[in-house]
Design a protein around this ligand. Structure first.
Ligand SMILES: Nc1nc2c(ncn2[C@@H]2O[C@H](COP(=O)(O)OP(=O)(O)OP(=O)(O)O)[C@@H](O)[C@H]2O)c(=O)[nH]1
Ligand SMILES: [Mg+2]
Length: 304
């Protein structure tokens, strides 16, 4: 099959006698086929990686416009230019088209300079699009799947875990091996910083309740924008209370001054290195003291 949507449309399949076989293709078989389109994978496609060494699913949890898709796109562009964490290099992807869709905007081309990717549409989906990377990490290969979900899912899920329109976030929370929680510097330094803080603390609290000892990182995106020390302190305090152990990273698409002409952004490689190398058992489950009351003092009331 070379690009057709169904085997029946493929002339090679027809010539091979496949057309005489009228057995309908089972729905499960359909969804488990190789995603030849190269676009983002659906959950049904993940089976094709099952025979490979352990695949790591990375969940990026952040409200709308917080920089999730930009982060993914920038990793892809850096790896494509041969820039990666030490001893990590791009070895392939089953979703090249999906990566191109999100990263294309971030590229310079002859006509115009880079711009940001469009908002990730939520459609009616209950599962996020998954982007695949096969990386050479020292002497071994590692398959990674990154979930590029729409921010609205997480806003709903933070306040109502079982909300119908939060099913995709709930799925990701159950399935992810590594969790990144996004703190959007732009919003936390902007005119609606109070709401942004309340929303982020609600998200942190939800992730804290669901993480089951999995590795979590708090990722400050758009770190080219300065967030007030008091705000940073409040978020850190809330994360300490609800997550206990976690890592903190700051990233930006914008190069630090003096880094031109090769834009590597800021902090992108350190975060990718952690995502690739963190030991899944590195953060044993821990019982946190009842943080609820103190949290309410920090955020001035968050809905359950
Ligand atoms: N200053 C600055 N702005 C950024 C950076 N990264 C992203 N942005 C801005 O943030 C906007 C949203 O980025 P996206 O990557 O689409 O955010 P998202 O989290 O995927 O949003 P949804 O798809 O709506 O959930 C972009 O359009 C940019 O304007 C950054 O590093 N610095
Ligand atoms: Mg997006």
């Amino acid at each position: 099959m070379v690009g057709e949507a169904a085997p029946q449309q493929c002339k090679y399949w027809q010539n091979s006698g496949g057309a005489q076989d009228q057995t309908p293709v089972a729905a499960t078989e359909e969804s488990a086929r190789v995603p030849w389109t190269g676009n983002a994978m659906g959950v049904g496609d993940v089976g094709i990686l099952a025979g490979r060494a352990r695949t790591r699913l990375v969940g990026i949890f952040g409200v709308s416009d917080s920089g999730k898709t930009s982060l993914l796109g920038s990793w892809y562009l850096l790896l494509g230019r041969g820039i990666g964490p030490q001893s990590v290099s791009f070895a392939g992807s089953l979703t090249l088209e999906g990566w191109e869709n999100i990263a294309g905007n971030l590229r310079w081309n002859a006509a115009h300079g880079p711009s940001f990717p469009p908002h990730t549409s939520s459609g009616g989906g209950r599962h996020p699009g998954l982007l695949h990377l096969d990386l050479q990490v020292r002497s071994t290969r590692q398959d990674l799947l990154f979930a590029d979900a729409p921010g609205e899912w997480f806003s709903r899920w933070s306040v109502r875990r079982d909300a119908d329109d939060a099913a995709g976030a709930a799925w990701l929370s159950g399935a992810a091996d590594v969790l990144l929680v996004i703190a959007d510097s732009h919003e936390l330094a902007g005119p609606k910083l109070g709401t942004a803080r309340t929303n982020l603390v609600a998200l942190l609290r939800r992730v804290g309740a669901e993480r089951r000892g999995r590795p979590v990182a708090l990722v400050w995106t758009k770190c080219d924008i300065v967030v007030d020390a008091q705000m940073r302190g409040a978020i850190t305090q809330a994360a300490d209370m609800v997550l206990g152990t976690y890592e903190t990273f700051s990233v930006s698409m914008h190069a630090a001054t003096g880094q031109e002409p090769h834009n590597r952004g800021q902090g992108l490689l350190s975060l990718l290195e952690w995502v690739v190398s963190v030991h899944e058992g590195a953060y044993p489950r821990q019982e946190l003291p009842h943080p609820e009351r103190d949290l309410l003092q920090i955020v001035g009331g968050v809905h359950a």
